[in-house]
Design a protein around this ligand. Structure first.
Ligand code: NAP
Length: 247
């Protein structure tokens, strides 16, 4: 990127680990200045920033709990102050804890919706006021919605809401040339997916897609880079299921 042109700016929520960290590195490699958001993993977020800077990119780590509207406002403010107005928002932060609906406790229900659903709502609302015309938003759903596996009712519900936001918000931004899409990954080898599963369960999931493997964070980062980039200019209000053909 030439020195006269300021870098476009991206916020990636939940970018200290897993898919989000890979998205941050990929967008930085594509020329974005990246705000690496995290909630608690400060040293991991700092490491992602250090990797990006070592590779010649620009990044800052910003602590903010996406479930808090105040934190999200500050996330945008700090990003604008250090990198500039935001061109790409990636709503990647999320949690997955499975339990049969009848055994789901209130605290886990609230936490799942607070982070996955309200977190996305908080950033979308802030984005509407602050993002440049012509910008792009990529939300995170899950292929779990299509699989309808027992234990996933609350998680799937939190992500179904994100799909609903995506379709309607894309229309509400009419006239500003802002595209809003979602990616719905199948199983990806990160802590969120691997935690609490036996080797056999992991092998079973890996055998499910016709491509016969788990997704890797770079598979999803490539889809996000596509949705954030100019090649996807006519894709708006859609959910892209990136899952090796699983569903
Ligand atoms: P992960 O490895 O567990 O990483 C989650 C990231 O989200 C971490 O950086 C974490 O940061 C951050 N985070 C959690 N709560 C947060 C909060 N309240 N505010 C800000 N950041 C928060 O998860 P992942 O597998 O990369 O998942 C990323 C997204 O993909 C999620 O939305 C998930 O639902 C979706 N997804 C994943 C899979 C899969 O198989 N992995 C499949 C489908 C969809 P801290 O550690 O700092 O909290």
């Amino acid at each position: 990127m030439n020195r006269q042109t300021p870098s476009p700016v991206a916020i990636v929520t939940g970018a200290s680990r897993g898919i989000g960290a890979e998205i941050a590195r990929r967008l930085a490699a594509d020329g974005y200045a990246v705000a690496v958001n995290y909630a608690s993993s400060a040293s991991e977020a700092d490491l992602v920033v250090a990797q990006i800077v070592a590779d010649g990119g620009r990044a800052v780590a910003v602590k903010a709990d996406v479930a808090s509207a105040g934190d999200v406002r500050r996330l945008f403010e700090e990003t604008e102050a250090s990198l500039g107005r935001v061109d790409v928002l990636v709503n990647n932060a999320g949690i997955l804890k499975t339990a049969p609906l009848a055994e789901h406790d209130d605290e886990l229900f609230e936490r799942t919706f607070a982070i996955n659903t309200r977190g996305t709502f908080n950033t979308l609302r802030e984005a509407a006021a602050r993002m440049n015309d012509g910008s792009r938003i990529v939300n995170f759903s899950s292929t779990a919605l299509a699989l309808k596996l027992p234990g996933y009712a609350i998680y799937n519900a939190s992500k179904a809401a994100v799909e609903a936001f995506t379709a309607v918000f894309a229309k509400e931004l009419r006239g500003r040339n802002i595209r809003v899409n979602a990616v719905a990954p199948g199983p990806v080898a990160t802590e969120l997916f691997l935690d609490g599963k036996s080797e056999e369960q992991i092998r079973q999931f890996a055998r499910m897609p016709p491509l016969e493997r788990l997704g890797e964070p770079h598979d999803i980062a490539a889809v996000v880079a596509f949705l954030a980039g100019t090649q996807s200019g006519w894709i708006n209000g859609q959910v892209l299921r990136a899952n090796g053909g699983l569903a």
